[in-house]
Design a protein around this ligand. Structure first.
Ligand code: SF4
Length: 256
């Protein structure tokens, strides 16, 4: 996706995006991919397995899976039925076993058993769309080809006013246009960290979260709603004559 064809953003929009990025970096200095892996093909397969289920459930299954099938050639030699028992605890495991087998077969037949390093090649693998390809390129090879847009990134991009896009691709293009390329991979980790820890699907502590109070319309609204009664109370205090000190307080102070 050529950067030249990305949507145009104003300097003010980019400056605001950088502020959000800075705050997220300060807030989550250790943001990282939460899938466990040690070799590129392991992250590729873990990401395929993570479709419509949590990283935690994938991480519970993959140590056994990776031990049983150490290389792409081992998956390619096995049948999907032989892979299934190792991922039975993960949703849609039958389809995913087929995708894992097919992907590894293609890795062996077309890419010498290695994970390819281009978006175009990765998209030829079964079960791999832009999101998975971006995860692999960014985390395994440090290649910022695009921004990973999962459910958290989608939600937070909209709530922080970074995109009004209705599809992951439209949101990805807005994020690519707003943020420096060298931060694309980290940006998705940061948004995912915020989405998992502070702003879940049903919202979070909108008024009490310093980041949200500044950058999310809901947070700004909640903070204002909290401040209104406080301001009204302070104004009422200023208008009304000083109320006498409670008797109990006087009695206790005289005992001291
Ligand atoms: S203000 Fe609330 S809805 Fe908005 S990002 Fe923060 S937690 Fe989520």
């Amino acid at each position: 996706m050529a950067e030249a064809k990305l949507p145009r953003k104003t300097a003010a929009q980019k400056a605001r995006a950088l502020e959000i990025l800075g705050e997220l970096k300060r807030r989550y200095p250790d943001a990282h991919c939460e899938l466990d892996w040690s070799k590129p093909h392991e992250l590729l397969l873990a990401t395929i397995l993570s479709a419509q289920c949590t990283d935690a459930s994938v991480n519970r299954a993959t140590p056994g899976l990776f031990r049983a099938f150490p290389t792409p050639a081992d998956y390619a030699r096995a049948t999907p039925a032989e892979i299934e028992p190792h991922i039975r605890s993960i949703g849609l495991f039958r389809n995913k076993a087929k995708a894992v087998h097919e992907t590894c077969r293609r890795l062996v037949e077309h890419y010498g058993g290695e994970v390819p390093r281009t978006m175009e090649e990765l998209l030829t693998l079964r079960g791999v769309a832009r999101k998975t390809a971006n995860v692999v390129l960014g985390n395994c090879f440090g290649i910022n080809e695009g921004v990973v847009v999962d459910t958290h990134v989608e939600r937070l991009s909209q709530r922080f006013g970074l995109s009004r896009g209705k599809t992951p691709l439209a949101i990805e293009r807005d994020l690519m246009a707003l943020f420096p390329r060298e931060d694309w991979c980290l940006l998705s980790h940061l948004l995912i960290f915020h989405g998992r820890r502070a702003c879940k699907a049903r919202g979070g502590n909108c008024a009490g979260d310093a980041l949200c109070r500044r950058f999310c319309a809901d947070g700004i609204k909640a903070a204002r709603a909290e401040e209104k009664p406080r301001a009204a109370g302070a104004a009422a205090d200023r208008k009304s004559p000083k109320s006498p000190a409670p008797k109990v307080a006087r009695a206790s102070s005289s005992r001291r």
